[in-house]
Design a protein around this ligand. Structure first.
Ligand code: PLP
Length: 415
């Protein structure tokens, strides 16, 4: 009789049929029987430096033995949090003197970013700027604000009243312009978007979309929040993904790849302009927001060791260098009669979408495909209409080919 409740899972089906992962090394994951699988999804889009990195384990255990945890509230700090903030600030696409606020993952980073954006406008006296616009198919975690602004209807529905005033905009620029006009741009606090949406199906925006939204935000003084939780740390070949579009956001949320998942950590990069109301005049204003584990020293030590690996092995550009190989491995799957579309070619992430016929005739078809690919030795991630592929940045060409072969085997095995 199972008791572990799995996220985003049909527990009535999953109970007592779990696939138990035992250990992992590099791009390979092993089950309890010792069978190995290629990690085609970097777990949940986060194992960017691969598994079994002893230097991250050592950095975390050394820090844990010295000072496992201590809060960063008020004037208290710890060296790993101070150093990691400085290093991320130096890499940030949000301009000079970027401030860094830490939490425990992507969803609390989103809550923090939206509250900062709204708080900024309150501090500036523009009290009407409370509306948040986000993007269709965008995913921003499952906390209060992430649930409220998510662009995946099934995640937003069924909870009753949600947080704030929000609108999900379509994925074309005209649609965003219309939303701005309908809401009234002077009422919009922030636009939140992933450069490429991940969990919502890996949708690469039309050319000019990200740049156009950034320009629209600039024209109307709306803050641009880039959710780099998936697109960051090399997934698109740059530190925060957004650099590939040449735009400068006001806030950036990050998580996952910052520690490659070795320990839970996330946070927000905040431009000096947005931080200004809280950072200038002593006694004037205090941010009434902060999770217990903000600046957790052991998690930050794991983050520092992870950044060392990205830099030493020059892994960040690989997200772009390998995008053509991933596309070459997956694009031919579009010939398969069960495949509606393959979305790839921008960064080391992709999706294979099933046809409406398969989705309606095969019960839980995405997870059936996932299990078929697993039988063929590759782990992928189930999405609403297919599977996602996002291997570690350390993956090699022959392993990328294996991804395509295993997904084809999974497609062939569908009933
Ligand atoms: N934002 C994006 C783009 C994500 O993909 C995710 C998680 O997948 C989140 C936010 C939420 O992060 P977490 O699950 O760490 O709370």
């Amino acid at each position: 009789m199972g008791t572990l409740w799995h996220p985003f899972s049909d527990m009535a089906a999953v109970r007592d049929h779990e696939f138990v992962v035992d250990h992992a090394d590099g791009v390979w994951v092993y089950d309890e029987a010792g069978r190995r699988y290629l990690d085609g999804c970097a777990s949940l889009w986060y194992a960017n430096v691969g598994h079994g990195r002893t230097e991250i384990v050592e950095a975390a255990t050394t820090q844990m033995a010295k000072l496992e945890a201590y809060s960063c509230f008020a004037d208290i700090a710890n060296r790993p949090a101070l150093e990691l903030a400085d290093r991320l600030s130096a890499l940030a696409p949000t301009g000079p003197d970027t401030k860094v606020f830490f939490g425990s993952g992507g969803a609390d980073a989103i809550d923090t970013a939206v509250k900062l954006a709204r708080g900024y406008w309150q501090a500036r006296g523009e009290h009407q700027r409370v509306h948040v616009v986000s993007r269709e198919t965008g995913y921003h975690g499952t906390h209060g604000y992430g649930t409220s602004i998510v662009g995946i209807p099934a995640n937003r529905e069924g909870w009753g009243v949600l947080a704030g005033e929000n609108t999900v905009a379509p994925q074309d620029l005209e649609g965003v312009e219309k939303v701005f006009a309908d809401v009234g741009p002077e009422r919009i606090a922030a636009f939140v978007m992933e450069p490429i949406t991940g969990a919502g199906g890996v949708h690469i925006p039309p050319p000019g979309y990200v740049e156009g939204v950034a320009e629209l935000c600039r024209q109307h003084g709306v803050l641009l929040v880039i959710d780099a939780v998936i697109c960051g740390f090399g997934r698109l070949g740059t530190w925060f993904g957004v650099e590939r579009f040449g735009v400068q956001p006001d806030l950036v949320t990050f998580a996952k790849g910052v520690t490659s998942g070795y320990l839970p950590l996330g946070g927000v990069l905040v431009s000096s302009q947005v931080a200004e109301p809280w950072w200038t005049t002593p006694g004037e204003r205090q941010l009434r927001h902060g999770p217990t584990y903000s600046g957790h020293p052991t998690c930050c030590a794991a983050g520092l060791a992870t950044l060392d690996i990205y830099e030493r092995e020059n892994l960040i550009p690989r997200g772009q260098q390998l995008e053509a190989a991933l596309q070459a491995a997956l694009a031919p799957l579009v010939d398969h009669p069960y495949v509606a579309e393959v979305r790839s070619g921008f960064g080391l992430l992709a999706a294979v979408e099933l046809t409406p016929e398969v989705l309606s005739s095969v019960p839980d078809a995405p997870n059936a495909l996932l299990r078929g690919a697993r039988e063929a030795g590759v782990l992928v991630r189930g999405l609403g209409k297919g599977v996602a592929v996002s291997p570690p940045l350390t993956v090699e060409d022959d392993e990328i080919r294996l991804l395509g072969e295993a997904i084809r085997a999974g497609l062939d095995a569908l009933p």
